[in-house]
Every structure is written in C-alpha cells, then in structure tokens.
Design a protein around this ligand. Sequence first.
Ligand SMILES: Cc1cc2nc3c(=O)[nH]c(=O)nc-3n(C[C@H](O)[C@H](O)[C@H](O)COP(=O)(O)O)c2cc1C
Length: 212
Amino acid sequence: MAGLRGWPSFPEELPEFDPGQAPATPQELFESWLFEAGEHVLAPHAVTLSTVDADGLPDARVVILKDVDATGWYVSTSADSPKAVQLRENPHAALTFFWPGRGRQVRLRGPVTTAAPEVSASDFSDRSPASKAESLIGHQSEVLENPADLLRAAEAAERQVRENPDVVPDSWTRYRVSPTAVEFWQASNDRRHVRLRYRRTGETWLPEHLWP
Ligand SMILES: Cc1cc2nc3c(=O)[nH]c(=O)nc-3n(C[C@H](O)[C@H](O)[C@H](O)COP(=O)(O)O)c2cc1C
C-alpha cells in the first residue's frame, strides 16, 4: 500500500522515561503514565483486551479500563458476549494500551477472575443512563438481521432504564486481569526505545530493563 511509510509513528517531542527512577510497583507507574496520557490523548483508558477462543485462536477488541488496584486491572462487559465466553473457556488475557501522542505502550498479561455479583452490579450502577441503556440492548456481536430490530431493542432498553433507574442485568460482569508481567515501552527519537518490564515474583515485582 502506497504512503504508509511516510506517516510518523510518534511526535517529535517525547516524554522522558528513566527506568532507574521507576516506582516499586507497575500500578504506580501505570497510574502516572495514564494520567499524563490523559492530558494529551483522547480516551487514554481505552485498552485492547486480547483473549483466546476454545480452539486456542487469538481474538482482541478495545474496551474501557474501569479501575486499577494492587491486585489487578479491571474491565467490564456482558457475560453473554464472545469475549466473556472466551474468558470462561480460558481465563487468561492480555491488555495493551497505546498512547501514540506520547510514544508509549503498556502491555500486561495474566489470569482473569470474575468479580462478585455485587461488585459487577455496582459497576453497572455507576454507568450513565445512556450507557446502561446501551448495555441493556443485549445480543452483543450477534448478527443483526434488520436495523429495525436494533431500534426496537434500543427503545425498550431506554424505557427500562427510565422506569427502573436501578436496573442491573444479571449478565453484567466486571473482570480483573491480575498480571504476571507488565511492560512499559517508551519511544525514543534515537530509536533506542526504552523498555521496563515488571515481573511478579511472589508478593513483589522484579523490574527488568529490556532490549528494544
Ligand atoms: C473506545 C471503545 C471502548 C469500548 N468499550 C467497551 C467496553 O467497555 N465493554 C464492551 O463490552 N465493549 C466495548 N467496546 C466494544 C468492543 O470493542 C467490542 O466491539 C464488543 O465488546 C464485542 O466484542 P466481542 O465480540 O469480542 O465480545 C468498546 C469499543 C471501543 C472502540
């Protein structure tokens, strides 16, 4: 394809990253990179969630990061969706953040656990009425035979939220990815890109500087 080579991957001005000064946990570094990215890029909390299906084949899609704590990174979706079916079959995932305007990538992988129903319910309750209605439409990733079916389902979902603002679908689920490794990648204009990987070793994290 013509022209692809001409596109720059990163801006001229890139942030500094000194792995020698990195904090003890990947959560702390992630939080500082996330909020820094939020000053420069749209949807810094959008993340590619990769899973594998029952045949061991990879699949990936963008979702929204809901939270991060000492135990992991959280995302939410319907338990009826293909990604959720894949996570039931094989509860492992990778998350990949890319903030082009900062020349930064963060990738992590590890086992996935499902939150308790009350945690998933509270995640749903925090959504705006429009987001609740969007999720209540259901049938995610099924073939849409007729656009009128979507319109009908969307109207029914909006009505449901209007009549019962506290509605929570049983299928809404919060998932936690508890990484065994988290890697921070910083582009450098001299092409000696800087990579720092934290590997989980028991209760602590081992930071390792990687070749680009
Ligand atoms: C920026 C962005 C954010 C998204 N956030 C979510 C999300 O938080 N949860 C979700 O289920 N789908 C989200 N989606 C839609 C998914 O990418 C995907 O199309 C959908 O979940 C179906 O995926 P599946 O068939 O692999 O289950 C988002 C898409 C984009 C582009």
